[in-house]
Design a protein around this ligand. Structure first.
Ligand SMILES: C[S@@+](CC[C@H](N)C(=O)[O-])C[C@H]1O[C@@H](n2cnc3c(N)ncnc32)[C@H](O)[C@@H]1O
Length: 354
């Protein structure tokens, strides 16, 4: 695939390490994937080195520390304590890679601490393009990224998230895009994976009736609606505020594999739907502190959606002020109506034909 075919809007997570400091919800989902990941590290077929692990959509790296540490320990238990391992973190060119390298150097949980012969590197390119030479990858890891669509062209008039629109035409455009993005990701990763390699993925998903984002993103959309009523956004500007995310069902994820059990030489070894627990709610139940609960959720939501929302506002407007106003209103709404936020995550393990 050429670069021209990658259409992502290009907005990564909130920079300056903000995502690293505000991604506890994602970490909570990742915790539910770690046993699948450990099993993949312990069973993956290894024929020749150097061992290569790729973290697709790494963002600023903090949430990759635990899984990469598990992989290092698992592979070294099998192959010897000094076996060299390269770890490649990939993300969009606009990602805050400085925060990633800072975290590798100084985060107390960095997988680099006390480790030798570990070789981290990064690639700033969409994973809807080839990233590595053929058959280079032994293990792939990707969390909370594959729900982002490879297009910014779908506009919903009734929701801030494309995948939560009730409009049949938007729902059908999202489903079509998500199907083609999934197949494209599978084909490209398969080319990079060694025979017998494994890839573990966790990303936002849904049941037929429920996404788990109804409360949180309903409040964000209502906050944007308040700004429209107050004359801060025109109707057209409000309609443009569509985050290019869709949510796949388990059937959508299985679809490419149905016919022969394989797609692009990949087999779907494991698939289930996990309801992610809300770390802020657990803390709120202990402390009763609504203000902290609302602030943490507002910051976590801003960490992943703030830059893309800013990019959807014309640059002739004061984007910084408008986005800050949106998130202040959002935080106030969360404070008035606190609830647990429990999104669904698909847990996926793929293995390449040996
Ligand atoms: C919510 S963050 C997840 C970060 C980290 N993996 C975690 O679990 O906390 C989603 C990441 O996916 C990245 N992403 C989205 N689309 C991408 C694409 N087409 N290619 C590479 N990275 C992408 C975003 O830039 C962002 O850093």
């Amino acid at each position: 695939m050429s670069d021209q075919q990658t259409q992502n809007s290009g907005a990564a997570m909130e920079g300056g390490g903000f995502y690293n400091r505000n991604s506890a919800m994602q970490a909570s989902g990742i915790a539910a994937l770690l046993s699948l990941w450990e099993a993949a590290c312990l069973t993956v077929h290894i024929d020749q080195g150097p061992l290569t692990i790729v973290d697709y959509g790494s963002s600023q790296g903090r949430n990759s520390m635990a899984p990469m540490r598990i992989a290092i320990n698992g592979l070294r238990d099998r192959l010897g304590q000094s076996v060299p391992i390269e770890i490649v973190h990939t993300d969009l060119p606009s990602n805050d890679f400085s925060a990633l390298f800072e975290a590798l150097a100084s985060d107390p949980d960095s997988y680099m601490l006390g480790a030798s012969d570990i070789f981290p590197s990064a690639i700033g390119r969409s994973y809807f393009a080839p990233l590595l030479s053929p058959q280079r990858v032994h293990l792939g890891w990707t969390t909370w990224a594959l729900q982002w669509m490879n297009t910014g062209a779908i506009e919903a008039q009734d929701h801030i998230l494309a995948g939560m629109s009730a409009s049949p035409s938007v729902a059908s455009a999202v489903a079509k895009q998500q199907a083609s993005d999934w197949e494209c990701f599978l084909r490209l990763r398969s080319q990079e994976m060694r025979p017998g390699a494994k890839l573990v993925a966790g990303f936002t998903a849904r049941t037929t009736t429920d996404t788990g984002w109804e409360w949180l993103l309903g409040e964000l959309w209502s906050a944007a609606g308040e700004m429209r009523k107050d004359g801060l956004f025109s109707e057209e500007e409000l309609n443009r505020l569509t985050i290019p995310i869709g949510l796949r069902s388990l059937e959508d994820i299985k679809a490419p594999f149905i016919q022969s059990g394989y797609y692009a030489d990949l087999r779907l070894q494991h698939l289930d739907l996990v309801k992610v627990s809300d770390p802020c709610w657990e803390e709120f139940e202990r402390s009763g502190d609504e203000a902290t609960f609302a602030k943490r959720h507002a910051d976590m939501t801003r960490a992943w959606s703030g830059p893309v929302i800013a990019s959807l506002i014309a640059d002739s407007r004061n984007r910084i002020e408008l986005v800050s106003d949106l998130f202040s209103r959002f935080e106030r709404r969360l404070l008035e109506n606190p609830r647990p936020h429990q999104p669904y995550m698909a847990a996926v393990v793929l293995s390449k034909r040996p």
